[in-house]
Design a protein around this ligand. Structure first.
Ligand code: GLC
Length: 483
């Protein structure tokens, strides 16, 4: 059995690499990214563009394989697309944003890059995650090349600073979390994830830590100071208010409401009647827990979102104990979350009236399809990374085993449908690049777990020792800093 499996796996990886290499986009003769999908059987729509979030999987893989040039080109070109001037015209993207995607256009024999900040996307959604992924990837590049030179170039320092200003300066609310519109991340259609969705908060946390590592201190004292204050506030907020396990469910179930002032226990005025407490009571295992999808005024979205939870583990946004509990939950609820193809993008799906009202009757997001409870193979690499981080490699191996049984035969689809991910996604593209890269990246991470450092952050030291601050929450609920 083993003797036969080895060559089969090798040819599977070889095939995946070939498809991945076919997806590389060239600009003025240089590789600058990978297109979202290379499926010639259907109309490309915008899948022939390089999406920032999609390219991260390919980029990490290229970095691991020493192919750093394509990642450097990508970082440089996308940086040029970032608006540098303050924008009062609402039809133009704000200073600091990085586009959702870009393509190469040829005019009079000359090539140029054209960015899409959401103005050409379905429903004109804003790609908030792009600028966060961009910083995270820049740090990965620095780690892989062991050379901080690129990040220290003046244009890069400006680029990081502008992103930080965009996230830290202008705001309406006074939460440590980032306020965003619906569909501002991987789930880029209406799915009721406006406000403070977990995915954005986990990426925000990782981006803050990455920016802190990359920014030169001189000239950026104010931003670094703001990051130092925001990081502990953000992690304490998420660890407390987003956390859900049986203990916490008990507290929430008996929450007092309509409390005023600083001492309010139920800070967000959550009415437990608005939550599916019975279902959660049955679903959450004794040793398990997770970070909920969204918390805001009288709002707690208790859906499980995989990307946010896995990135919280990888970036150390969750505590070690919470990370173990999340992995316990994935293990105990394997059929629901992994089933026949890793991994559910969110669980459970919105059904009935919820589906109609919250998605706006979106036919692509019917219950258990696409963003609404579909299974997305790209998430495999994040599961592998989180499994390594928590020393639960067996879970990643099981998931890879399941994925490799089907992915190639199914022609590397974008996503799967059904409660257990048994159906190839109704409108899924074939040869979706991040499906391929996500699979290969998961394999590479498992082969050499040391590569995890490219994307992960340590629990304790959140910045270089010279400027280190530690933090804890005192008993009055404010933060104490040690410099
Ligand atoms: C879909 C996904 C989005 C992805 C894009 C390109 O719109 O929802 O996350 O970036 O396809 O693959």
């Amino acid at each position: 059995m083993r003797i036969n499996q080895f060559p089969a796996q090798q040819s599977l990886e070889k095939e995946a690499w070939e498809v991945l290499e076919n997806s590389i986009l060239y600009y003025q003769g240089r590789p600058v990214g990978t297109v979202a999908a290379y499926d010639t059987s259907i109309e490309a729509l915008n899948y022939d563009q390089v999406f920032i979030r999609d390219f991260v999987s390919s980029a990490l893989l290229f970095l691991i394989k020493g192919k750093t040039e394509i990642v450097r080109n990508f970082l440089k070109e996308t940086l040029k697309l970032q608006p540098k001037e303050r924008q009062l015209d609402c039809s133009k993207p704000e200073r600091g944003l990085i586009p959702a995607s870009f393509k190469v256009v040829t005019e009079n024999g000359k090539e140029r890059l054209v960015a899409d900040f959401g103005e050409h996307a379905i429903a004109r959604v804003t790609p908030v995650d792009s600028c966060l992924w961009w910083i995270i990837l820049l740090r990965a590049y620095v780690m892989a090349t062991e050379n901080i030179g690129l990040a220290h170039e003046p244009e890069f320092q400006t680029g990081i600073r502008l992103i930080m200003e965009l996230c830290l300066v202008s705001r309406f609310d006074m939460y440590p979390t980032l306020l965003v519109p619906d569909g501002a991340c991987m789930i880029d259609r209406r799915m009721g994830i406006y406000g403070h969705p977990l995915e954005i908060q986990a990426l925000f946390y990782a981006a803050l830590r990455a920016a802190r590592d990359l920014l030169l201190y001189e000239g950026n004292e104010d931003v670094i100071d703001a990051i130092n204050k925001r990081l502990p506030a953000l992690s304490a907020h998420i660890r407390e208010h987003y956390w859900l396990d049986l203990n916490r469910l008990n507290t929430i179930y008996r929450f007092k409401v309509e409390q005023y002032g600083e001492d309010a226990h139920n800070q967000f005025n959550i009415y437990s009647d608005s939550l599916p407490c019975d279902k959660l009571d049955k679903w959450i295992p004794k040793q398990g827990g997770y970070l909920v999808g969204n918390v805001g005024p009288s709002q707690m979205d208790t859906r499980f979102f995989s990307l946010g939870n896995l990135m919280a583990i990888i970036s150390s946004l969750s505590t070690d104990q919470q990370s173990q509990s999340i992995m316990n939950l994935i293990e105990r609820r394997w059929d629901d979350l992994v089933g026949e193809m890793p991994l559910k993008i969110c669980y459970p799906a919105l059904e009935g009236q919820d589906y109609k009202i919250i998605t706006g009757c979106d036919p692509k997001n019917r219950p258990w399809s696409y963003h609404n409870g579909g299974n997305w193979p790209v998430l495999l690499w994040m599961l592998a990374a989180a499994a390594i981080k928590t020393n639960r490699q067996n879970l990643a191996n099981r998931a890879i085993e399941i994925a490799q049984r089907r992915l190639s035969d199914d022609e590397w689809p974008e996503y799967y449908d059904g409660t257990h991910g048994r159906l190839i996604g109704k409108e899924a593209r074939r040869y979706q690049t991040w499906t391929i890269a996500g699979f290969l990246l998961a394999k590479e991470l498992m082969k050499n777990p040391a590569h995890l450092t490219l994307i992960s952050f340590e629990q304790v030291s959140i910045q270089p020792a010279s400027r280190a601050i530690e933090f804890e929450l005192n008993s009055y609920g404010s933060y104490i800093y040690y410099r």
